[in-house]
Write a protein that binds this ligand. Structure first.
Ligand code: PLP
Length: 394
């Protein structure tokens, strides 16, 4: 790794492996296996594979390795393991290190599938999970058990209400108890938020979101120390089949080239949209981490260089009005992805968080009028005009 390169240089050049042809663009090694020059070479590779030696695509592949090296350089971790999806990455990071009798503390405000792993899967295998309000440091302090708590888990910016977790403070509490910090950093993006620098031991991304950035392919990645990635994570992932496909790794490598430019442009537009909507009397709240009215505004400014690409707002008149608003949008599409070049409106209460019982929805602030807007690469003025004309139709 070339530590003194700035982000944009890393995003274009890090991790490149060229074949004997000297190709400019990263090659897609669309192969599941690798031929050995001799039986002795095969034996040697199974004993210990060298830097440029691969065995089977479930274990590793040159295109996938290029992507892993590029994102590890960006995040500032020693290594990374690419997974088939964001959920394969979250599952792999947690299950690979936990065993029956271990204890985990997790923030309560989580992406639905993350909640499934922590609430249902881990418990089934004898791992106890305590849920806390992630923004309340006293609850983290009270929940960790020195020597017993093996991991803490949280989304650095929660979905969909954009709560900001104090990474450094939670990491200090976890480390004092001997626990590893696993942070899902999707909403904050690796561009303007450095979770590893702030104390996260393991940083997980769904690369389906900003890293692809054009809504094409599923992917995930686990970033961390080399020992943890290659011994704990890789061992689990290579035998359970959660590896990223070489084609998807190639899509992600290309996504990374423009990641910094896209995230900053989308975040600039999101900030403008949040400011334009803030104070509209038809909205009971506009949530955006860098808006002065955000409950953790100071922390968000300190921890994130930019406010992010998501704006969440609550249409005061409720579900029917929220649906009329969504149906009136002309540019913004109705879907449930985020981080895409195309702006997307989501109604969490009836889609991504439909499964949650009403009392949990209320506790997480997922009200009937809540809209999550993922801001894309369109002109910000056009987007503001689209949102305003749709609000006029509620
Ligand atoms: C989308 C998402 C995931 C899951 O990623 P997939 O690629 O869809 O499996 C996990 N965590 C967060 C915060 C997400 O937004």
């Amino acid at each position: 790794m070339t530590k003194d390169w700035k982000t944009r240089t890393k995003l274009v050049h890090e991790g490149v492996r060229r074949s004997q042809y000297g190709e400019m663009a990263e090659a897609i090694f669309l192969t599941q296996g690798f031929a050995y020059p001799s039986a002795e070479a095969a034996e040697a590779r199974f004993i210990k594979a060298g830097e440029d030696e691969f065995i089977y695509a479930r274990y590793g592949n040159p295109t996938v390795r290029m992507f892993e090296d590029r994102i590890a350089a960006l995040e500032g971790t020693e290594d990374a393991f690419a997974a088939a999806s964001g959920m394969a990455a979250v599952n792999g990071a947690l299950v690979s290190m936990l065993r029956a009798g271990d204890h985990v503390v997790s923030a309560r405000a989580l992406f639905g599938s993350c909640l499934y792993i922590l609430e249902e899967v881990l418990g089934r295998y004898g791992v106890e999970v305590t849920f806390v309000d992630g923004t309340d440091l006293d609850q983290w302090r009270a929940a960790v058990r020195p020597g017993v708590t093996k991991a803490v888990f949280f989304e650095t910016i929660s979905n969909p209400t954009l709560e900001v977790i104090d990474i450094r403070a939670v990491a200090d509490i976890a480390h004092a108890a001997g626990a590893l910090v696993v942070a899902d950093n999707v909403f904050a993006t690796p561009v303007y938020s450095r979770a590893a620098e702030l104390g996260a031991d393991v940083v997980v991304y769904s690369t389906t979101k900003h890293i692809d950035g054009q809504g094409r392919a599923l992917g995930g990645v686990i970033c961390g120390r080399r020992e943890f990635i290659r011994k704990t994570v890789e061992t689990y992932m290579k035998h359970t089949g959660g590896a990223m496909s070489p084609f998807n790794a190639w899509v992600m490598l290309n996504g990374m080239v423009t990641l910094d430019l896209r995230c900053r442009a989308m975040s600039d537009s999101a900030a403008r949209i949040a400011a334009a909507l803030d104070g509209d009397r038809r909205l009971s709240r506009v949530i955006y981490p860098h808006l002065p009215g955000h409950p953790q505004h100071a922390l968000a400014r300190e921890q994130m260089e930019e406010g992010g690409t998501i704006v969440t707002f609550d249409i005061a008149a409720g579900k029917e009005a929220a649906f009329r608003f969504m149906n009136a949008l002309k540019i913004v599409l109705i879907s449930n992805n985020l981080g895409d070049a195309k702006s997307i409106a989501t109604h969490p209460a009836t889609t991504t968080h439909q499964r949650l019982p009403d009392d949990q929805k209320a506790r997480l602030g997922i009200t009937p009028g809540l809209i999550r807007l993922s801001v894309g690469l369109e002109d910000a003025g056009d987007l503001i005009a689209d949102l305003r004309q749709a609000l006029d139709r509620i």
